[in-house]
Design a protein around this ligand. Structure first.
Ligand code: NGQ
Ligand code: ZN
Length: 465
């Protein structure tokens, strides 16, 4: 056969599959050896021997991850952690996180990331955007290969089988006004040249399963000049992510330094468009909500981390009303489940507004459908990869739900997403296909025990270091 015909590939017959226009029956889903969907045909007839499944939906995109922080989960929940009497805040948490960030080795980073990515896959994330900034060694010296630690992230994603958007981060200053980095930030130290060098070094790894973008950390960690230099030098179309307005204090500091709020200032000073993802856009004025929605960028929302850190609640209802796009990320990974992330997103809005069913519209009253479709659309855009819809030409990233589970047995298709997101705590994801390869079968990843053993070794070493 000609080289153009990809060997391998396979097919699945779904009794019910969630397509862009909703649930469809008897859908033949076929993919090629390169992991691209080649056929998605409703009302088909199951071919003899073709694997069958009850409920199939697109895999979710995790648009914001600091993989190494997975190892910190649960260890920062004691009051007084700062040791100096400060009230526990995002900033005292950050001090604890920095102490850990300055100890972890490249090998340990790879082991922690692989464990995290297996857990993400098992819960229904088939792609992740890694916001990666530990470029230097614990002394702040450069590794021989500037992409040393970034390659570890790529290796971990490959071992787990999750699709990856790798975002080397630029971190030049400790605060607005180009404040010099603190010693504890020495591993992050980077400028446009270093980030571009890392992105270029990773070019050879780019594939349909791995895209490379970049990320100015935040407006307090880079100058606008550096941000624009990086954005303009990065090859066209590559994703650009940034932490934007997470904490009220940094919004105030931005106002003090520039006279503008962070989102307002970024939209005014940079060419923000659909390639941008603004993470933690928590504190927005009404004008910024509309401006962000109209920019075409994605709001990267990380509800479980933003709750854990006491950040605040994103103004989701007005943002959606203005046509804004959003996606979800597990960030510090106190949760690895898109179900929990989306449940928290909706519940936070309900608590804030004192009413129910916020993420809904006249055309789509089903909240779970609004959440899952919305996060797919925004997550796919933020990833810079062909994701988010079961359609020919997109990546073969899909989830098979456990149709035999009491929550789903005999469920009408229109009830499936509501049962999936808002009913109980069992993980209803049974099989996961990522990039045309089965990464999870019956809830298990084939290498999860080996990857977990390496993770445990890394944690033991970190406890002893
Ligand atoms: C980070 N995390 O990059 O891991 C940040 C903390 C910083 C969140 N913003 C470090 N949640 O913001 O300087
Ligand atoms: Zn972050």
């Amino acid at each position: 056969m000609g080289a153009h015909v990809n060997r391998g590939g396979d097919a699945l017959f779904a009794r019910h599959a969630l397509l862009a226009d909703g649930w469809r029956r008897d859908v033949l889903i076929a993919w090629d050896g390169a992991g691209d969907l080649v056929r998605v045909e409703p009302d088909a007839v199951a071919a003899a021997g073709c694997a069958q499944a009850e409920y199939v939906l697109p895999g979710m995109i995790n648009l914001h991850s600091h993989a190494f922080q997975r190892a910190l989960g649960g260890l920062t929940e004691r009051a007084g952690g700062s040791g100096n009497g400060d009230l526990d805040s995002f900033w005292t948490w950050r001090d604890l996180m920095y102490r850990f960030a300055n100890r972890i080795t490249p090998e340990q980073m790879e082991a922690v990331a692989a464990q995290l990515y297996v857990e993400c896959l098992r819960h229904g994330y088939t792609a992740v955007c890694e916001f990666h900034y530990l470029h230097r060694d614990s002394d702040g010296a450069a590794y021989a290969d500037p992409a040393e630690t970034a390659r570890r992230i790529a290796a971990a994603a490959g071992a787990a089988g999750i699709g990856l958007t790798l975002l080397p981060v630029m971190y030049a200053y400790a605060g607005f006004g180009e404040a010099p980095l603190k010693p504890e930030q020495r591993r992050f130290r980077s400028d446009p040249a270093l980030v571009l060098r890392i992105a270029e070094a990773l070019d050879g790894l780019r594939s349909p399963q791995l895209e490379v973008g970049a990320a100015p950390h935040s407006l307090r960690a880079v100058s606008i000049g550096q941000l624009n230099e990086l954005a303009r030098a990065l090859p066209a179309g590559r994703p650009l992510h940034i932490h934007i307005a997470e904490q009220a204090l940094e919004v105030q500091q931005c106002l003090d330094a520039s006279g503008r709020r962070p989102v307002e200032w970024l939209l005014d000073q940079a060419e923000v468009d659909a390639r941008w993802c603004l993470v933690h856009a928590t504190h927005l004025s009404a004008g910024e909500v509309v401006a962000l929605a109209h920019s075409g960028a994605v709001a990267g929302l990380c509800p479980t981390t933003e709750a854990n850190l006491g950040d605040g609640l994103f103004p989701l209802a007005p943002y959606l009303a203005a046509g804004g796009r959003f996606g979800i990320g597990s960030d510090s990974h106190v949760s690895q489940s898109p179900v929990e992330e989306l449940r928290w997103l909706e519940y936070g809005q309900r608590l804030q507004h004192g009413r129910r069913n916020i993420v809904a519209s006249p055309g789509r009253p089903d909240v779970a459908a609004g959440l899952w479709h919305g996060a797919l659309l925004g997550g796919a855009q933020a990833s810079g990869r062909r994701l988010g819809v079961l359609a020919p030409g997109r990546r073969a990233d899909l989830l098979v739900l456990d149709g035999a589970h009491p929550n789903l047995d005999g469920a009408a298709p229109d009830d499936v997403l509501g049962r999936f997101l808002f009913c109980g705590n069992d993980n209803l994801v049974r099989d996961v296909l990522a990039g045309g390869r089965w990464a999870v079968r019956n809830g298990r990843h084939p290498d999860q025990d080996t990857i977990a053993a390496r993770y445990k070794t890394a944690l033991r070493q970190l406890r002893e270091s």
